[in-house]
Write a protein that binds this ligand. Structure first.
Ligand code: GLN
Length: 321
């Protein structure tokens, strides 16, 4: 199938939604902070956005959820065009084979995280991004406040929705329980791979994780990566062609942590997950799709989200392969 038929797309998504809508108790909702623990495990939504402007939603697509690790792609997309190849001195681009918050590789690899999508790598990206907001002329605001505003502005611009915001209760709870992320950041700082204060980096990172979006907003926000780096909603270039290719490659190889290989095998799309239960994936030149279902598997990825995406590419007959 070359051009995607919108009617058929809607039928496929509806069929998959109906197949899985009663499928709960298959995983476990994240429980490390109250706002995640209290999420209704039955929540389920799918949104597809095509680069030619069609959007199809089904399920709880009005319900916002915290995007968590999905934010790591967005901060990378902000940083990559600014820093260029310099970035790869501070973070690698190989799958880690370990869980998202693992500490084990960092010592052997001298504080250089394997890739930008494990927590250590995302902390480095946020740290470097903060450097670009240091010289802002408004001295009443801290670097971290300016960076957080810039991240929000970026996400709002991508999805065309001004009401996207941090979930401040989640952000505070994340900060209070971020012991592992503190450990990662301090350890990397001991190798000279974190420049700003660890507290500022964690604060900014926990805020980006707490951004609340629904599946429609998320699918739209990722369309630029399906469209060679240009946001099809307004024609704005977000990243260059090469960065779009690279970010998509990183999502394919590292986007689901130690389940990235299995996700590529089953789903065949670059994707990124978060412990809030969201997964966003895309087919370059065609579409992006966001799924939300908060019950997670043992790797911290949405259980029903992966099945949904697997069926989607199978039934549509298109993937990146
Ligand atoms: N806030 C979570 C953390 O930093 C995000 C992790 C995730 O979504 N995998 O640990």
């Amino acid at each position: 199938m070359d051009k995607i038929d919108h009617i058929e797309l809607g039928q496929i998504v509806t069929r998959i939604y109906n197949r899985y809508k009663d499928d709960i108790n298959v995983g476990k909702v994240a429980d490390y902070i109250p706002t995640l623990k209290e999420v209704d495990p039955r929540g389920y939504a799918i949104s597809v956005a095509t680069i030619d402007g069609f959007v199809f939603n089904v399920g709880d697509y009005h319900t916002g959820f915290t995007i968590q690790s999905i934010s790591k792609v967005l901060t990378l997309a902000m940083l990559a065009p600014r820093l260029g190849d310099e970035l790869w001195r501070f973070v690698g681009r190989e799958p880690s084979g370990n869980s998202f918050n693992s500490l084990v590789q960092l010592e052997n690899e001298k504080g250089i995280p394997r890739n930008p999508f494990i927590n250590a790598g995302a902390l480095v990206v946020t740290d470097r991004l903060m450097d670009f907001y240091k010289d802002d002329t408004d001295i009443r605001l801290s670097t971290r406040a300016i960076t957080k505003e810039a991240i929000l502005r970026f996400v709002r611009g991508l999805s065309g929705e001004e009401n996207i915001d941090f979930d401040k209760i989640t952000a505070q709870a994340e900060i209070l329980t971020a012991e592992r992320n503190y450990a990662l950041a301090h350890f990397m700082k001991s190798f000279g791979n974190i420049g700003n204060s660890v507290q500022d980096v964690i604060n900014t990172y926990c805020h980006q994780c707490s951004i609340r979006m629904n599946t429609e907003q998320l699918a739209k926000a990722f369309l630029f990566l399906a469209n060679s780096g240009v946001n099809p909603l307004n024609g704005e270039r977000i990243v260059g062609l090469r960065d779009a290719k690279r970010i998509n490659a990183l999502m394919l190889t590292c986007g689901l942590y130690n389940e990235s290989g299995d996700f590529a095998y089953r789903v065949g799309m670059p994707g990124k997950s978060g412990v809030g239960g969201g997964i966003v994936a895309l087919i370059p030149g065609k579409l992006s799709i966001a799924v939300w279902s908060p019950e997670l598997n043992s790797n911290g990825n949405s259980h029903r989200g992966i099945s949904t995406l697997e069926d989607f590419t199978t039934e549509l007959g298109i993937s990146v392969f």
